[in-house]
Design a protein around this ligand. Structure first.
Ligand code: NAD
Length: 336
């Protein structure tokens, strides 16, 4: 199958080309992000392969359909950037990689929280300057603290187990469906509002939907325990960033660890070190000593990249053969 790969980075190309030895697709790699201007690059391809910040709204999907594209393959789990209704109307199939490596994201989540909480990012900067003073680096034990996990699917369940079984935390969870295995470990399910009121640390692992958008907002922060730590490796839109900043300024929030940011599409995955960043909200976030931000890298392990490449190319091979695609997204998925 002829596939136009958008938002290509060196690591995407490396893993897709290695996996493609088994499939033999004709892959065209484009560094450009897919949007209304770049959709024309898909001309002559039956499929596009895209990532989290490529735009697949009705306009772009229409342009892709005109270019002859029949399949969109997301090389990620989240699909909030795709207008599934428009895709269905245009007869474009959308596949994704729902579970490439939940361990990659879960392990990164714990790493990010611990780096923030034990001030490892600040310690590293000091040691590089031969400053070995410990003042200001006091952390907290995880053991005995209460952690709230919102969304206990593949990633959230692993995170909940790590905190509960590994560190001996109290773990509260919130999800539309309960996981009996977690309950057997002593994880207690409560409503999101109650969870946010009770926990010392909240970590977000639900998808971004109209119901979950800004699940952490000014009201949630106002009702939270003083000293709340917020961790988000899911999707930036789950947090109202302006409210988060107010919470940090008032010291209600004691720490924030983010791998995702609501307006990340304008920033992440690019080297902007010589640019003037125009996003004042993001820049303000970076000024806090108790905020640690990474650029959407929780998925970035050898194992995950290999699994993403193999699953994506396999779905495209099935599309090419006219076979059923088990990982195809349906309109119902929008609500599930
Ligand atoms: P999953 O589908 O296995 O789990 C999501 C869970 O959220 C499900 O149990 C679902 O029932 C629950 N949920 C849905 N609506 C909810 C609501 N309103 N309140 C509470 N829970 C709700 O997904 P996953 O594989 O665990 O991934 C979770 C999220 O992580 C994805 O949606 C994606 O946005 C994000 N992600 C980020 C990265 C990264 O690199 N930072 C990588 C992969 C996935």
């Amino acid at each position: 199958m002829r596939v136009a790969v958008f938002s290509t980075k060196a690591y995407d190309r490396r893993f897709l080309e290695a996996a493609n030895a088994r499939f033999g697709h004709a892959l065209s790699f484009f560094e450009a992000r897919l949007d209304a201007q770049t959709a024309v690059l898909a001309e002559g391809h039956e499929a596009v392969c895209v990532f989290v910040n490529d735009r697949l709204d009705a306009e772009v999907l229409g342009a892709l359909a005109e270019a002859g594209v029949r399949t969109v393959a997301l090389r990620c789990a989240g699909y909030n950037n795709v207008d599934l209704r428009a895709a269905a109307a245009l007869g474009i199939a959308v596949v994704r990689v729902p579970a490439y490596s939940p361990h990659a994201v879960a392990e990164f989540t714990v790493a990010l929280l611990m780096a923030l909480d034990r001030k490892i990012h600040r310690a590293w900067a000091r040691v590089r300057e031969n400053n070995f003073a410990l003042d200001g680096l006091i952390g907290r034990n995880l053991h005995g603290r209460t952690v709230g996990v919102i969304g206990t699917g593949r990633i959230g369940a692993l995170v909940a187990k790590a905190f509960r079984g590994g560190f001996g935390c109290e773990v509260l969870a919130s999800d539309v469906a309960r996981d009996p295995e977690l309950e057997a470990l002593g994880v207690r399910y409560v409503e999101p509002a109650e969870l946010l009121r009770q926990v010392d640390i909240v970590t977000l692992h639900c998808p971004l939907t109209p119901e979950t958008r800004h699940i952490v907002d000014a009201a949630a922060i106002a009702a939270a325990q003083p000293g709340l730590i917020v961790v988000n490796t899911s999707r930036g839109g789950l947090i109202d960033t302006a409210a988060l900043i107010e919470g940090l300024k008032s010291r209600k929030i004691a720490g924030v660890a983010l791998d995702v940011y609501e307006q990340e599409a304008d920033l992440f995955f690019e080297d902007l070190s010589n640019e003037i960043i125009q996003d004042d909200v993001f820049q303000r976030l970076l000024t806090f000593p108790n905020v640690l931000v990474t650029g959407h890298q929780a998925f970035l392990t050898e194992e995950a990249l290999d699994a993403i490449a193999t699953t994506t190319l396999d779905s495209l091979a099935r599309a090419d053969a006219g076979e059923e695609m088990p990982l195809r997204l349906s309109l119902e998925a929008m609500h599930g």
